[in-house]
Design a protein around this ligand. Sequence first.
Ligand SMILES: Cc1ncc(C[n+]2csc(CCOP(=O)(O)OP(=O)(O)O)c2C)c(N)n1
Ligand code: SF4
Length: 288
Amino acid sequence: MSDLNVKQYETCNSPTWCPGCGNNPILIAVRKALVNLGIEPHEVAFTFDIGCNSNGANFLNGYICHALHGRSLPPAEAIRLANHNLKAIISFAGDGGGFGIGIGHFIHACRRNIDILYLTHDNQIYGLTTGQTSPTSSKGVKTKSTPFGNPEEPVNPPALALSSSATWVARGFAGEINHLTSLIEKGIKHPGFAHLDVFQPCVTFNKLNTFDWFRKRVYKLEETDYKPNDKKKAWSKAWELDEKLPLGVLYEEKKETYKDQLPQLANEALVEKKLGSVDLTKAMEEYK
Ligand SMILES: Cc1ncc(C[n+]2csc(CCOP(=O)(O)OP(=O)(O)O)c2C)c(N)n1
Ligand code: SF4
C-alpha cells in the first residue's frame, strides 16, 4: 500500500498568507486531492502567476514554474505538450492576473483543450498590491483604485470559459474544503482543459465578499437534479449571480485534446522526438 500523504506535498516554508485567508484552505484541498488520486510529487507540475495566491509556489512540493503576472497558463500548456506522462499539471492564478492581463491566455487555453487544470483564486480584488479593483470586482464596489465605485461590469469566469469552448467548467468555494477537494480531483481526471474558479475570500482587502457573504449564497449543484451535460443549462447556471451562487461542475464534455488531434504529438511528446539523421553536436557546442 502506498504511504503517500499530504506531508509529502509540504515544503520547508509555512504559508505566509494572512490568517483566515481563503488561500490556506485551497492549498490544503490541492494537497488532499493529489494524495486521494495517488499522485506523487514527482508526477505533478504546478505553474504559478504573481499574486498572493501564487505565493503557493513556496508551499507546494512538485515541479514548479513561477511565471510572470498573467502568464501561468503558457508554461503549463508547454509542459503538457513536452511531457505526456505527468499525471497532473495544475496552473494557478488570481482573478487579477487570470482575467486581467492574462485573459487572452485563458480564452485560448479553453479553445485548445490542452489537458491541464486551471485553478483561479477568485477573491474579486488585487490582494498582493493591497486592494485595488480587479476584473471580477462587483460593479459599484469602492476600493483604493475606485474610491467612488467601480464603473465596470465584472468578468464572469465560468461564462467566459463556456463561451470559449472549455470542456470542463466548475466553481468551488474555499469555505467548503471537502467539496473543493473533490472538484480538484475531477478537474485533474478530466481529459482536456478544466477550469475551476474558486471563491477565495481575501479577508484583509475585500470586506464585501467575505466567507459569511458566500455561505449565505452558495449551494451545491450535486444536491439538486442538475446534470452538467447541457451547455445552455450551464450558461444559465453561470449567470446565477445574485442571491444564489451554484458550486460544482457546471459543464463537462469529452472532446479530443489538442495533442490528440496532431499526428506529430499524439503518440510522442516533444521530449521523446527522435532527431533522425540531424546532428546537433555543433549547435550544442555553442551553448557551452
Ligand atoms: C506585468 C505586471 N503588471 C502588474 C504587476 C503588479 N501586480 C502584482 S500582483 C498584482 C495583482 C494581484 O491580484 P490577483 O492576480 O487577483 O492575485 P491576488 O494577489 O489577489 O492573489 C499586480 C497588479 C506585475 N507584477 N506585473
Ligand atoms: S491580502 Fe488577501 S489574498 Fe493576500 S494573503 Fe491577505 S487575505 Fe489573502
